[in-house]
Design a protein around this ligand. Structure first.
Ligand code: NAD
Ligand code: UGA
Length: 462
């Protein structure tokens, strides 16, 4: 079966970049990315893409208008497609049964119902979103119940492993592509049709095929293992601060063991992003649902430790600033959840800033990519009066303006440009003692000390 036309439901951080790469690599396949969010689709059709990713603009313009289209006209795009990627959000449920842990599958269900309503002939439906194990079975049930017998379909699982900030490189040269499918003849044919698309630019040995449930579960497990490494090194960062050991030296020493490896051992103020916490909570809920409370408790700790890491960072700031930050100006360097993205979802900066606001600190925030509206929206919290945010939060487009008359600066995102700031100028601008709290261990410590800063570095202490 040769795929000539692809549709993707969801033009977000995954749907947009992933489909742009497929379209760029397969000029003979028509790729239509759909979303009901008009503003997002409009942005994909301009040069101000809704997602900031290094190299993404170049990939989009290669194919846009040729075989890559962005539209809110969803029904015709589904009808014309041989293969439909479902790349909609799967956030943590905030209400009812499983609130705070289970995945909210309402967007997946509505996508499945829409596909059933519009489809004729044979379709391959591909789960690109991260979902709980057995979701393929729910999609199948919904579609079977809502289509006629002339309509045939296969459901595949093809989770996405790209990381934000490096999405283009990850899509161009992934460690692996994972495709789960049924072991029936038509299931195998569908797996091969999808594998053939990726094989245009990815070596066959990196395309792994499994059964549906292994593929769905592997995505949750991959994120859980990655986050577990960060919580592990962050737990050790606290011990390093208490003992005089240096967490980067410990990470280097253990990372040289080829069984451990060097990646994902950078201590931080905590991991953020839309997925790690959500996917671990999803795994925890699955374990509970399958009667495995010990396994659930084990993984829950990864999230608990991450929350503790963020809290202890703020407690340290308050304690160090003579037990009060009330009315003090604290410059916040970085609001995105990691460098090279404009995404702030679950960014550790949100909890740190909210906790400091609860202490009545005055925040002067600078991030090179995050816009003012996103920061305001993220800080809004039922427990923080809007008036406090209005009076105590300033957002700057110049880092030095944020630093002027600050009692402390806190680095919360590892943007490269922060390493090369003019720290002499910053020291001159700040109140003395000039305190620095480096939540990413990226600032030039020796230089800071020489200039007279009182610097606290995560995992290294003072
Ligand atoms: P996102 O919120 O940026 O995008 C999802 C989009 O889907 C939204 O624009 C929404 O309007 C749209 N949508 C919802 N229902 C729709 C429907 N019926 N038809 C068309 N569009 C619809 O989310 P995202 O970050 O792209 O994540 C999508 C999925 O991919 C999630 O399950 C996530 O866990 C997973 N994932 C994300 C990343 C990442 O780096 N962000 C990486 C790997 C996997
Ligand atoms: C992560 C995974 O890396 C991707 O493989 C996966 O596809 C994606 O989640 C997803 O499912 O959404 P992402 O969240 O975009 O990607 O970015 P990461 O590079 O994993 O960073 C996540 C968080 O951990 C960031 O806040 C980052 O600063 C932090 N981090 C990362 C550390 O604190 N230390 C590290 O050593 C690495």
């Amino acid at each position: 079966m040769k795929i000539k036309s692809i549709c993707c439901l969801g033009a977000g951080y995954v749907g947009g970049p992933t489909m742009a790469m497929i379209a760029a690599k397969c000029p003979d396949i028509q790729v239509t990315v759909c979303d009901m969010n008009q503003e997002r689709i409009d942005a994909w059709n301009t040069n101000e893409l809704p997602v900031y990713e290094p190299g993404l603009h170049e990939v989009v313009v290669t194919a846009r208008g040729r075989n890559l289209h962005f539209t809110t006209d969803i029904r015709p795009a589904i009808a014309a497609a041989d293969l439909i990627f479902v790349s909609v959000g799967t956030p943590t449920k905030t209400y009812g049964i499983g609130a705070g842990r289970a995945a909210d599958l309402r967007y997946i269900e509505s996508a499945a119902r829409l596909i059933a309503e519009v489809s004729h002939g044979h379709k391959i439906i591909v789960e690109k979103s991260t979902i709980p194990v057995k979701t393929a079975s729910a999609i199948r049930t919904i579609i079977t119940a809502n289509t006629t017998s002339e309509c045939t379909f296969e459901v595949l699982s093809n989770p996405e492993f790209l990381a934000e900030g490096t999405a283009v490189a990850d899509l161009e040269n992934p460690d692996r592509i994972l495709i789960g499918g049924e072991t029936t003849d038509s299931g195998k044919a569908a797996v091969e049709a999808l594998a053939a698309i990726y094989a245009r630019w990815i070596p066959r040995e990196r395309i792994i095929t499994t059964n549906l449930w292994s593929s769905e579960l592997s995505k949750l497990v991959a994120n859980a293992f990655l986050a577990q490494r960060i919580s592990s090194i962050n737990s050790i960062s606290a011990l390093c601060e208490a003992t005089g050991a240096d967490v980067d030296e410990v990470a280097r020493a253990i990372g040289h063991d080829s069984r451990i490896g060097p990646k994902f051992l950078k201590a931080s103020v905590g991991f953020g992003g839309s997925c790690f916490q959500k996917d671990i909570l999803n795994l925890v809920y699955l374990c509970e649902s399958f009667g495995l409370p010990e396994v659930a408790t084990y993984w829950r700790q990864v999230v608990d430790l991450n929350n503790w890491q963020k809290s202890r960072f703020v407690e340290n700031i308050v304690r160090t600033l003579f037990n009060t930050v009330n009315g003090k100006r604290i410059a916040i360097l970085g609001f995105a959840f990691k460098k090279d993205t404009n995404d702030t979802r679950e960014s550790p900066a949100i909890q740190v800033c909210r906790d400091l606001l609860r202490e009545h600190a005055h925040l002067a925030i600078y991030d090179p990519r995050v816009d003012r509206a996103s920061i305001h929206q993220d800080l809004s919290d039922a427990k923080i009066p809007a008036s406090l945010i209005a009076s105590n939060v300033e957002i700057h487009t110049d880092p030095y303006a944020a630093m002027k008359d600050a009692h402390a600066l806190a680095a919360l995102t590892e943007w490269d440009e922060f390493r090369d700031l003019d720290f002499k100028r910053i020291h001159d601008l700040m109140f003395k003692p000039a305190f620095v709290f480096d939540g990413r261990a990226i600032l030039p410590t020796a230089k800071l000390k020489k200039l007279g800063f009182e610097a606290f570095i995560i995992g290294k202490g003072r």
